[in-house]
Design a protein around this ligand. Structure first.
Ligand SMILES: *Cc1c(COP(=O)(O)O)cnc(C)c1O
Length: 493
């Protein structure tokens, strides 16, 4: 049956204001993107008027196509301005002696990283089976790049105490087929800055490119440094760093869909391009993965940077730093919790002490109190943890966090871990991905309240799901995630 109230293609078109009301009603079920209580997915500076400005700029350029910079010079100008601003912030720029940094605007961090890997791979056509070396803490997008591009990924472990790789291990992992070494500034999961200088040095010594993934913090660390924080060198000022990615839709506070990939010089960038003239249509030259590209996100990012300016970003970085300090203090003062690392950027990440609360239950208890945090599963010798991406909008909320955290810890302690049936946990721990049939997963999902027909697609409490995933090895987790999400992703009529 077609539901005329919700189908995307009604028999008769619906008036504009009614459609907008429908979208707003749908949005009402989402987590709050504003208000400083969502610690993942969104980056909110809480600057009055900024949303209206970026919406207008987005609308102005939404139908402009980045496919052809000669047809739409407005986009070329805005892209070059964004790349210039990023380069200037990260050790390039017009000053004599600065490297001749060039770059492109991409749709996000994942695209920037895929392109960094592709560019490094294609710089070495003579290497038949190329490989990259990344710390275990590197973003999952490197694994995705390797998967898409058939580039093998060699992972170097991180210390359970510093959460950083040992540069000697990175050096040892570099082989004749290595085309790229990567590190993070900072890592997403824990917010720690890798030893970029030492890693870039071993990469350069081996004649291998070195990418610094500053997708998360590349637009935060420079301001924190100007505010006096002890940020170690991580940008093009470091010899051996050949490319850097920085997401403008993170700490530059631009609407989604904008990242910048920078190369130290034009020759390093050259293999990034794809050009094609051997067909009867238009000649194609693409710097990035997409061909048709909306100008909307680029114009919105340009408007954001112009409006906030250096003084705006400095002020927002100060507010963010104060929020990080306040949240970290709240964690330190809460029995049963400990910080995974002393915060050195814009992340607060904590875990439970022995006898502390079950973290997955704690995450649900925090959500019930209006705080949306991100659970991270146990990995190698690292325990499960809770991740907080902190933005400027959190600053006015910090005082409300400590009492709610204490109450949530008490409630989680009283409730105890979720009682998943032992056989289910044993099953998860012992399964191989191949043993997971769609029927088995369907039964698991139904038992966990996921993807129920007619009901809410996702349960309020995620602790059972996280407990099950946490008990499984990564390959089984991956398979379960795919099956669960495939259950959610069904067409509606
Ligand atoms: C967010 C992030 C990415 C991926 O960026 P997307 O914009 O989500 O594609 C890569 N690396 C780090 C460190 C990140 O934080």
């Amino acid at each position: 049956m077609i539901d005329e109230d919700t189908t995307a293609l009604p028999v008769h078109g619906v008036p504009a204001d009614a459609v907008l009301d429908e979208v707003r009603a749908l949005r009402g079920r989402d987590r709050p993107t504003h208000g400083g209580r969502l610690f993942a997915y969104v980056y909110d500076p809480a600057v009055p008027g900024l949303d209206a400005l970026t919406a207008a700029a987005h609308a102005e350029s939404a139908h402009v196509n980045g496919l052809d910079p000669t047809a739409f010079p407005s986009l070329l100008a805005m892209e070059n301005a964004l790349v210039g601003a990023a380069a200037r912030l990260l050790g390039g720029g017009p000053d004599t002696g600065a490297p001749d940094v060039v770059g492109s605007v991409t749709s996000g961090g994942t695209e920037s990283l895929i392109l960094a890997v592709k560019t490094a791979r294609d710089a070495h056509p003579e290497i038949a089976a190329p490989r990259i070396v990344v710390p275990a803490s590197a973003h999952a997008a490197f694994a995705k790049a390797g998967h898409y591009l058939r580039v093998a990924v060699d992972t170097v472990p991180v210390s359970a105490t510093t959460l950083r790789p040992d540069p000697a291990d990175v050096a040892a992992a570099i082989g004749p087929d290595t085309v790229l070494v990567a590190c993070s500034a900072p890592s997403y999961a824990h917010g720690v800055v890798d030893p970029v200088e030492a890693i870039a040095r071993v990469a350069a010594a081996a004649g291998v490119r070195c990418h610094v993934d500053a997708c998360f913090g590349g637009w935060a660390l420079p301001w924190l440094r100007r505010l006096g924080e002890p940020i170690p060198p991580f940008d093009f000022a470091v010899p051996g760093v050949t490319s850097i990615s920085v997401d403008l839709h993170k700490y530059a506070y631009a609407p989604k869909g904008v990242s910048v990939l920078l190369h130290r010089d034009p020759a390093l960038r050259a293999p990034q391009y794809f050009a094609y003239a051997d067909w009867p249509g238009y000649t194609m030259v693409n710097p990035v993965i997409a061909s048709t590209r909306s100008g909307g996100p680029i114009a919105a990012a340009y408007a954001t940077l112009r409006h906030l300016g250096e003084d705006g970003y400095l002020r927002l970085a100060g507010a963010t730093r104060d929020a990080v300090t306040g949240l970290a203090d709240a964690v330190r003062e809460t029995p049963g919790l400990r910080l995974m690392a002393e915060p050195e950027s814009t992340v607060v990440c904590f875990t439970a002490t022995d006898g502390g609360p079950d973290l997955f239950v704690l995450v649900d208890e925090l959500a019930a109190r209006g705080w949306h945090t991100q659970p991270q599963l146990a990995y190698a010798d690292l325990p499960p943890s809770v991740h907080l991406t902190v933005t400027a909008s959190v600053a006015p909320r910090v005082g409300e966090f400590a009492p709610d955290l204490a109450a949530a810890v008490a409630a989680a302690g009283a409730a105890g871990p979720v009682p998943l049936p032992g056989d289910l946990l044993a099953l998860a721990g012992s399964l191989t991905p191949e043993a997971l049939t769609p029927e088995l997963v369907g039964g698991l999902a139904a038992g966990l309240g996921l993807g129920g027909v007619g009901g809410a697609p996702v349960p309020d409490r995620m602790a059972p799901v996280n407990t099950l995933l946490n008990a499984a090895p990564p390959a089984v987790r991956e398979r379960l995630l795919v099956e669960f999400v495939a259950l959610l992703q069904r067409p509606s009529w």
